[in-house]
Write a protein that binds this ligand. Structure first.
Ligand code: SAM
Length: 396
């Protein structure tokens, strides 16, 4: 049977959760679910993820990194299916990490499990600190765990009044209150539009800036009421009208897209040949980031009219999924959150070409610079017809 997360993102964020949704702390969440992490958060597309990851772990001493350990639903399944592997489990949420560690102990897997409290964009450092250069598989299940959603005081849910916090790592200083209090109307509009695809981004941003002159926006109900006032009834999506604004704030507060874009090159640099990268995304921008990263290695990187393709221009990834895999109807019916999942996987089939190593090492050293360079490249790109053939790529 396929696995699933117990909650849809929408239901979860509305606080209508399988575990009651009224919990205020890990203890309460655990109480409501009998302390069983599997009941708090069930992994999406579990069997498919195991099928994609585990073939890379068929040799003794193999190492898999779960960059988004959460409550270890996927991680436990990987270790059970790959009995000679070790799993490094990264999570920026110390509470999730603690629960996952206890789960590994209960499952008798603790001796093959290395918990790491870090953000996944520290991927290279996490490995080098442990004297590891190459790993055999890397897995990411992006977004929030149901534990985080259930803890109403962390402010991810729009249907419970709670401080506007939204930090996945409570040690981080930027929270949703600071974004709403300090960003200009233009920046708020950009956040709501880019990360929430919210049609009324400008109007909501202007309303936030007008409101904060008299009254600081600190609680989730203030924001839901504001959105409710601004978005015309005739243009409301299904569900809570504040859903997209909450999602956008969460992505901004946690720097989710930048962190993802900065992490993928680090992962590629540390994959062994035959190693696999498998990613589950729940937002179109995340999926686009993953897809475009993977596509670098899936195409022939040479001019279309070159008679012989040089070895280092051949694809270095092999696609493990045809496009993105999605949840089937049965899983979606049981677990509405899986409706938005997009699962992609690639295998590294040859050593990374030197120019990709150089480019990705460069971007790992200064991710901001690389982004600036990329946008400059886009602006400076010659017009079609005027383009250097060396910039062309062609599909296999
Ligand atoms: C959807 S949950 C993973 C659930 C897990 N696959 C399971 O089956 O229990 C995502 C987890 O990734 C963590 N996370 C999100 N962004 C992160 C980042 N940049 N660095 C490290 N952990 C992150 C969250 O704290 C959360 O616990």
């Amino acid at each position: 049977m396929r696995g699933e997360k117990a909650l849809s993102e929408e239901k979860a964020l509305s606080g209508n959760t399988a575990s009651g949704g009224k919990t205020a702390s890990e203890e309460a969440v655990r109480g409501a679910t009998g302390g069983n992490p599997g009941a708090i958060h069930q992994p999406v597309l579990l069997d498919d993820c195991v099928d994609l990851v585990v073939p890379a772990l068929d040799h003794p001493g193999s190492v898999v990194v779960d960059c988004t350990l959460g409550l270890a639903g996927h991680a436990v399944a990987f270790l059970k299916a790959a009995p000679s592997s070790t799993l490094i489990g990264i999570d920026r949420d110390g509470e999730a990490l603690g629960m996952a560690t206890r789960r590994m102990e209960q499952e008798g897997l603790a001796d093959r499990f290395v918990p790491v409290h870090a953000a996944f964009d520290d991927f290279s450092t996490v490995l080098s600190d442990r004297g590891i250069d190459k790993v055999d598989a890397v897995f990411m299940d992006l977004g929030l765990s149901s534990l985080q959603i259930d803890e109403t005081e962390r402010g991810f849910s729009y249907s419970h009044d709670a401080p506007l916090d939204m930090r996945m790592d409570p040690a981080q200083s930027l929270d949703a209150r600071m974004v709403l209090a300090t960003y200009s109307a233009r920046d708020l509009e950009r956040v709501f539009r880019a990360y929430g695809e919210e049609r009324f981004s400008r109007q909501i941003a202007e309303a936030v800036v007008a409101m904060r002159v008299d009254e600081p926006l600190t609680m989730s109900t203030q924001l839901t009421r504001l959105v409710d006032r601004v978005v015309p009834r005739s243009h409301r999506p299904a569900g809570n009208p504040a859903k997209k604004v909450f999602q956008a704030l969460r992505i901004e507060v946690n720097g989710e897209l930048d962190k993802l874009a900065a992490t993928l090159p680090q992962i590629a640099l540390h994959l062994a040949v035959g190693g696999r990268l498998v990613v589950e995304s729940y937002h179109s921008l995340e999926d686009r980031t993953v897809k475009s990263f993977m596509s670098h290695g899936l195409v022939v990187d040479a001019p279309a009219d070159l008679p012989i393709i040089p070895d280092d221009a051949r694809p270095f990834f092999r696609a493990l999924t045809r496009g993105a895999m999605k949840a089937d109807e049965a899983e979606i019916a049981h677990n509405p959150r899986s409706a938005s999942v997009r699962l992609r996987g690639v295998e590294l089939v040859r050593p990374l070409p030197k120019r990709w190593v150089a480019r990705w090492e460069d971007s790992a050293r200064s991710p901001g610079e690389d982004r600036k360079k990329r946008s400059l490249t886009r602006q400076d790109r010659p017009q079609a017809g005027n383009r250097s053939p060396h910039r062309e790529t062609r599909r296999r």
